[in-house]
Design a protein around this ligand. Structure first.
Ligand SMILES: Cc1ncc(C[n+]2csc(CCOP(=O)(O)OP(=O)(O)O)c2C)c(N)n1
Ligand SMILES: CC(=O)[C@@H](O)[C@H](O)COP(=O)(O)O
Ligand SMILES: [Mg+2]
Length: 635
């Protein structure tokens, strides 16, 4: 049977090891070809090919449910659940999603994208099953990185408390998060990986003992006790961590040995209550380049399969915002030992790996633990340090109460640097940096700023580091800057709460915030071609808003347009509208941003066009709404 013929995982039933190995090869080929062609996650999925096939061969996917943590590793799952023929559309507009999505496929039982959710969701489904008196297996597949997330441990704690709730947790341990995994749990897991697998006394021994006349039954009970005792002795010390929590531990199992995996999963399915099977895998398995550079091949843009090298873009790109941020932070940290950069397992994505390399003593990676990262920073701030928490906008949502409760209420000087703020593209709805303006603007004591370009980003890093009166947050987009001149050092901070006027015109006031400032200038240019002159303001701050600058302009010009790359509800435009209302400046306001919708996976430009957020589209809307004019053609 060829992979392309598999549309239901139950088609794996009865296949021989040899046939499964053939399918594994075909999965790896398809996986590699697709990611090489259009980018995506590589190492994670290559590492779970055998795990997926073995697990699914032991389940009945017409009834049983498998929940994948994060979902970035679930490309093999997608390839055997009916998406082979469309897999080339991976992470592209209207194509196959990069993570699981309930609305995409009936075998995607739970969507994710953010880590550490699978055990909670699986346990919820198991409890529902039992309440409804239904019978199906529930399996959570979680990586060693995701297991460092607080909610995964909350779920483990709960599962261990429910000895009658059948649940299988498959721990995919490849010793890697995106970077090498960190923390005591990871260290424990590594010890487990090195310990001999636990060999259970074979079950049919009990059957044989039971046949012994007269004494068989009582002997069987004794044998059970003996076996449990032996298991305790045999389970590696560190494996007892789970056993002591009431979770039967099995493993470590070679995650690329189909026979061993199938036998172990079959055994695990027979054990009542919560069970954890510890599977040792290699991230990037089967593609030597990815095995040798597991960090670099966690995810890849289109690359040459033979060389592994990224396909060079047609023209040289300006530096990425993450790189500019990291350069500025390292420069400042070299002269300020109080600066401590904190990442939640995203060292390469945020650029903090540069700080780690240069000033390791001023660098902390807490694992996938955003809540802990925020309150750890609060603790550091209490002791006079200058914590800089570099967490993507979307992942910072995970630590929201900690921002409120531990940082803002105590007015502690923590500097939040939110990369990937705005529309991120291929990662889709779970990763869009949509909500940070709304979720931060409402918090007392917090300052919220956004640079118009990479040069102003450098200045705002200085502003943030120097702001010790309380918490401050800076948002900036995924991707590259504009190629504006950059200074090596000696950046002038921007003044808190002060914006700047970039262009003057009496017909309409355009207020841009961060990544929408240059687009606002483009809108002004288009309006000018239609005889409309705009004032353009770079607001720089959503909180505190520069009302001294904005209110008199709004009053005088009489028409206000706000532009933001984030949700409209509660966003920057709302801040302006509230300020106008509170100051009794009664003028028409048009807000441009993301309406109450989820932004699906596509290129950022495609998403902006779909949301009518391109500069020509905005100009068209402004002309129509305020001047009863239309653009000759909107591109
Ligand atoms: C809450 C959250 N923080 C950060 C991330 C970014 N992220 C995606 S995958 C990953 C590493 C996951 O490691 P692991 O669970 O071990 O899976 P592996 O990639 O090793 O297969 C991280 C940190 C995320 N998806 N969710
Ligand atoms: C799976 C996950 O959450 C990360 O790997 C994410 O895809 C990284 O996004 P960037 O590519 O924007 O760093
Ligand atoms: Mg891992």
């Amino acid at each position: 049977m060829h992979l392309s013929e598999i549309t239901h995982p139950n088609q794996l039933h009865g296949l021989s090891i040899r046939q499964l190995q053939q399918i594994a090869r075909q999965i790896r080929d398809k996986h590699l070809q697709t990611v090489a062609a259009s980018g995506g996650h590589l190492g994670p999925g290559l590492g779970v090919v055998e795990l997926t096939l073995a697990l699914y061969q032991t389940l009945d996917l017409d009834h049983d449910k498998v929940i994948w943590d994060v979902g970035h590793q679930a490309y093999p799952h997608k390839l055997i659940t009916g998406r082979y023929s469309r897999f080339h559309t991976l992470r592209q507009k209207d194509g196959v999603a990069g993570y699981l999505k309930r609305c995409e496929n009936k075998f995607d039982h739970f969507g994710a994208g953010h880590a550490s959710t699978s055990i909670s969701a699986a346990l919820g489904m198991a409890l529902a099953r039992d309440l409804k008196g239904e019978k199906f297996k529930v399996v959570a597949v979680i990586g060693d990185g995701a297991l460092t997330g607080g909610m995964a441990l909350e779920a483990i704690n709960h599962a261990g408390h429910l000895p009658k709730t059948n649940l299988l947790v498959v721990l995919n341990d490849n010793e890697m998060s995106i970077s090498p995994n960190v923390g005591a749990i990871s260290r424990h897991l590594n010890k487990m990986r090195l310990s001999p697998p636990v060999q259970f006394l074979s079950d049919n021994l009990e059957e044989q003992v039971k046949q012994i006349p007269f004494v068989g039954d009582s002997l069987e009970t004794e044998l059970e006790r003996f076996k449990e005792g032996m298991k305790r002795l045999a389970v590696p010390k560190v494996g007892a961590v789970f056993e002591e929590l009431g979770i039967t531990y099995m493993g470590p199992v070679d995650g690329h040995n189909l026979e061993e995996l199938i036998a172990t999963f079959k055994q695990a399915h027979k054990i009542a209550g919560p069970v954890l099977v510890h599977v040792a895998t290699v991230k990037g398995k089967g593609y030597a380049i990815a095995e040798q550079d597991q960090v670099g091949y966690h995810a890849q843009s289109p690359f040459n399969l033979t060389t592994g090298k990224a396909i060079p873009s047609s023209k040289p790109k300006p530096p990425g915002y993450s790189k500019v941020f990291a350069h500025a932070l390292v420069k400042l940290a070299e002269n300020n030992p109080k600066i401590v950069g904190i990442t939640a397992a995203m060292a390469t994505g945020t650029g903090l790996d540069k700080l780690q390399a240069k000033l390791p003593q001023q660098y902390i990676d807490v694992g996938i633990a955003e809540q802990h990262a925020v309150t750890l920073a609060a603790g550091l701030a209490c002791e006079g340090m200058r914590p800089v928490v570099a967490i993507y906008s979307t992942f910072l949502q995970r630590g929201y109460d900690q921002i409120v409760h531990d940082v803002c209420i105590q007015n502690l000087p923590v500097f939040f640097c939110m990369d990937r703020a705005g529309i991120v593209g291929a990662d889709g709805p779970t990763h869009q940096g949509m909500y940070d303006i709304a979720y931060l603007r409402c918090l007392p004591n917090l300052v919220l700023m956004a640079p118009k370009d990479e040069s102003e980003l450098q200045r705002m890093v200085v502003t943030g580091v120097n702001h010790t009166d309380g918490p401050i947050a800076m948002r900036y987009p995924r991707g590259n800057g504009y190629g504006v001149p950059l200074m090596e050092e000696g950046w002038e901070p921007v003044e808190i709460g002060k914006g700047e006027t970039l262009r003057h015109g009496d017909d309409v006031l355009l207020l841009g915030f961060g990544s929408t400032v240059y687009p606002a200038m483009q809108v002004a240019e288009i309006l000018s071609e239609h005889g409309i002159q705009a004032t353009v303001v770079n607001a720089r701050f959503a909180k505190p808003l520069d009302t001294e600058l904005i209110l008199p302009l709004a009053q005088r010009i009489g028409r206000v347009v706000t532009l933001e790359e984030g949700c409209l509800m509660g966003g920057f435009g709302s801040a302006v509208a509230e300020a106008l209302l509170d100051a009794d400046v009664v003028v028409p306001v048009k807000r441009f941003g993301v309406p109450d919708v989820l932004v699906d996976h596509a290129s950022p430009d495609q998403s902006k066009a779909e949301l009518s957020l391109t500069s020509p589209q905005i100009a068209q809307e402004v002309l129509k709404a305020f001047f009863n004019k239309t653009l000759s053609s909107v591109s």
